[in-house]
Design a protein around this ligand. Structure first.
Ligand code: PLP
Length: 425
């Protein structure tokens, strides 16, 4: 019997399209000069422009002159690719410099670079499980796909604790044998709902029950703490986290990922981690530019101040126009839609009718029913951009209100705004 391989795959894709989870990409012509404005071609081939409201280039470091200059200078000097794995001529002075910069930022003995934080999570978690007999993962239920993948790859025992629930974490820890090795895995800032982990409580529990801690600070590095060291830096608890995972691709505006930890952990992952060993290292110019970006972010708290000021202002403007957003203490402003098809529909209308590019976030990135527009503001967004966004959401969106003000949850209800700011109604 012939097997219809394409037919099997097409059916899966069809199912995605049916439930609104199919991903459509927009070919963005990114502009270093005009960011957050960018250009794209519509379906009729017309050149259009829009404002990007979903970039994770939080501090606009990808368009910083000094970063671009270092990238181009080192590319001219060293060429583009590294030409090898870290072991086979792919470790340059720029890799070393970047790892030292990252270790210092997180006040750790060492750091290790990867192609991305995804790979860093998968490799580190599965490698530790392979090296530490009987290791059990205790993982937050909302952890990122890369963490889930790393734990799954390890084929070791895992126990899930309720999202950000330290009491539930303790209930789990107290039932485990004291002699069993344990690794608590969580994110400091959750990328879709912006919730922040109770890091200090987790560290205290880890000490009490002799567990290791692993914090994914991907959405926090560069943005929190006096020097941009993340939530662990902001809370002054860097030493309490055994392994920090971070990205170079968001707050630092480059590409690549890393872990920072003590000398032994870094050496173990360096020596045994397949996702570290058997892949070409980052280009030298990327490492050099990332080091430059980290230096700028570290030494300029004003960048963080401008960023958080804009987050606050955006939320004020949205609230003023009657747009409900899911409250959180971080910088991510989700507007709940609660339906996958509607979510895509609203995002598409915003792009084509209002020149606003905002990402619809659907299952499996968020649980079904929590579909949202995930809005990201940067220091380069102006007040006029925010008002345009709010007015367009009012005009175009029929969306579900889920959380209106701090801590107060509404029952989901269909909401059509009048488009008039609340204080003028
Ligand atoms: N961890 C979290 C929480 C993320 O949201 C992401 C990606 O956005 C990653 C890890 C992967 O980061 P990278 O893009 O550097 O691979």
């Amino acid at each position: 019997m012939m097997i219809d391989y394409n037919g099997i795959l097409e059916q899966r894709i069809h199912n995605l399209k049916q439930d609104g989870s199919y991903r459509y990409f927009l070919d963005v012509q990114k502009s270093a000069r005009h960011f957050p404005r960018f250009y794209f071609e519509d379906a009729d081939g017309n050149k259009r422009s829009a404002i990007n409201w979903c970039s994770n280039d939080y501090l606009c470091m990808s368009i910083h002159e000094e970063v671009i200059n270092r990238l181009t200078r080192v590319a001219h000097q060293s060429g583009t690719g590294s030409g090898g794995t870290r072991n086979i001529s792919g470790t340059t002075v720029y890799h070393r410099e970047l790892e030292e910069t990252l270790a210092a930022l997180h006040q750790k003995e060492g750091a290790l670079l990867f192609g991305g934080a995804y790979l860093a999570n998968v490799t580190t978690l599965s490698t530790l499980a392979a090296l530490i007999p009987g290791l059990v993962f205790i993982s937050d239920e909302r952890n990122h796909a890369s963490i889930i993948e790393g734990i799954r790859n390890s084929r070791t025992e895992k126990i899930i604790f309720r999202h950000n629930d330290a009491d539930h974490l303790e209930q789990i820890l107290m039932k485990l044998p004291p002699e069993q090795p344990k690794l608590i895995v969580f994110e400091s800032v959750y990328s879709m709902n912006g919730s922040i982990a109770p890091m200090t409580d987790i560290i205290l529990l880890a000490k009490k029950y002799n567990a290791l801690t692993y914090a994914d600070e991907v959405h926090a590095v560069g943005l929190y703490g006096n020097d941009g060291g993340g939530i662990s830096a902001a809370l002054g608890v860097r030493q309490g986290i055994d392994i920090i995972n971070g990205t170079l691709a968001k707050g630092f505006g480059m590409t690549g990922g890393y872990i920072a930890a003590n000398r032994v952990i870094v050496d173990a992952v360096r020596s045994f981690g397949k996702g570290f060993i058997f892949t070409t290292s980052l280009p030298p110019a990327v490492c050099a530019a990332a080091t430059a970006g980290i230096g700028i972010v570290r030494d300029n708290p004003a960048l963080r101040t401008a960023f958080h000021k804009n987050v606050k202002r955006l939320r004020e403007v949205l609230t003023c126009y009657g747009i409900s957003w899911l409250y959180n203490d971080a910088h991510i402003t989700p507007v709940r839609i609660g339906d996958a098809v509607l979510c895509q529909d609203v995002a598409s209308r915003l792009l084509h009718e209002s020149g606003i590019y905002v990402q619809p976030v659907n299952y499996p990135t968020v649980p079904k029913g929590e579909e949202c527009l995930r809005i990201i503001v940067t220091p380069r967004h102006r007040e006029a951009d925010m008002i345009h966004l709010a007015k367009s959401l009012c005009r175009d969106a029929i969306y579900r209100v889920s959380v209106t003000t701090r801590g107060r949850r509404d029952k989901s209800r269909l909401y059509i705004s009048t488009g008039t700011p609340i204080n003028q109604q």
